[in-house]
Design a protein around this ligand. Structure first.
Ligand SMILES: NC(=O)c1ccc[n+]([C@@H]2O[C@H](COP(=O)([O-])OP(=O)(O)OC[C@H]3O[C@@H](n4cnc5c(N)ncnc54)[C@H](OP(=O)(O)O)[C@@H]3O)[C@@H](O)[C@H]2O)c1
Length: 323
């Protein structure tokens, strides 16, 4: 079986494929036949050495997978060989076979394909955590989503609609705006043409209740200014590479709140709460309240191309390595 290995930090091309023996599960572990691995923005940050966590070299990136259980270790109770599952190893997911702890795995719902399952947890749990746990989104509230055609952005649109909110999406290409509308946005705007502050205020009838920002950069301030009375600005990430500096007077006005989302850290500090959130998100997928898009698929040995396409903004929605 093959794994993708990062031996030096740099662009995605530094990743090399390496042959390994099939792993053996220890107590409480599963070995998965990985059918699909989700490719996320954070994988590019790990490989470039730009993520806040810096694993020692060499390492295998890849934080989420879907596959079939090949073998189970002693004491595993929830899974048996042949079960379709998703798992969140954190690292190591760009592998054809993988050992994971039982606690990091969950049954793959029938409603999701392997590629949808492999690209589900990071985007959808972040979206649900951001909207429900952090922003306290209520029915009929309005939400402005930046980077709405990206992995997190599309999931936020989908979850916000499922929670009964109205969504205005902001995305750079026609394809991404169409995807956001297909995911449930009422309207989608082009920040190169439309004024985000004005359009956001119009959409919210004076202001939007929530802004969700996975990209940072120049659109942050006009989006903050688009917030209504008691509006909440949710900081998720900085895909533009630019960390915005938001003016404090704009937080004071209208009693606005700027709040951070660090879903990854929350999963480690509050594993039981995260388990409930993941079960809720998977339940929403199983009952088709949410509709994860089919990811763009790459063969396993094109891992560098897959990551490059994502980092170059070429991809609408999600990317998966598929076998
Ligand atoms: N805080 C958390 O817990 C958490 C959890 C998951 C992810 N994240 C972070 O959220 C961010 C988005 O993740 P994602 O998976 O949605 O990424 P993605 O699928 O690559 O989407 C990011 C979007 O950002 C926009 N963008 C603008 N400038 C860009 C640039 N220079 N390079 C790349 N994209 C650019 C693109 O939309 P347009 O072309 O329309 O501008 C793109 O669709 C990342 O920074 C990730 O690390 C944070």
């Amino acid at each position: 079986m093959r794994v993708a290995v990062c031996r030096e930090l740099g662009p995605p091309e530094v990743l090399e494929l390496e042959e390994r023996e099939t792993p053996i599960p220890g107590p409480g572990q599963l070995v998965l036949d990985v059918r699909a691995a989700g490719v996320n923005f954070v994988d590019g940050l790990f490989v470039a050495g730009q993520y806040q966590i810096k694993p020692p070299l060499p390492f295998t990136p890849g934080s989420e997978v879907a596959g079939v259980v090949l073998a189970v270790g002693e004491g595993v109770e929830r899974f048996a060989p042949g079960d379709p599952v998703i798992a969140m190893p954190g690292l190591g997911g760009f592998a054809e076979e993988l050992v994971v702890g039982e606690a990091s795995a969950a049954p793959l719902p029938d409603a999701l394909s392997f590629t949808q399952g492999a690209t589900f947890a990071q985007s959808y749990c972040t979206a649900l955590f951001a909207l429900r746990e952090r922003a306290g989104l209520a029915k009929a509230e309005s939400v402005l989503v930046l980077g709405a055609g990206g992995g997190v952005g599309l999931a936020v649109v989908d979850v916000a609609r499922a929670l009964g909110a109205r969504v205005i999406a902001v995305a750079s290409t026609e394809e991404k705006r169409a995807a956001a509308v297909a995911a449930g946005a009422e309207t989608a705007i082009d920040p190169a043409v439309d004024d985000v502050k004005t359009r956001g205020r119009e959409f919210g009838g004076g202001g939007v209740d929530v802004v969700v920002d996975p990209i940072g950069g120049d659109l942050a301030e006009p989006s903050l200014r688009a917030l209504a009375w008691f509006g909440r600005y949710v900081v998720i990430g900085f895909a533009t590479g630019a960390i915005p500096r938001l003016p404090a007077n704009q937080m004071l006005l209208n009693n606005r709140t700027v709040m951070g989302v660090d879903w990854g850290a929350w999963t480690m500090r509050e594993p039981a709460a995260h388990r409930r959130l993941l079960d809720d998100a998977l339940g929403m997928a199983a009952s088709r309240q949410i509709h994860p898009v089919a990811p763009t698929e790459y063969e396993f040995d094109r891992v560098a191309d897959a990551l490059t396409a994502l980092l170059d903004r070429q991809v609408t929605g999600k990317v998966a390595l598929a076998r």
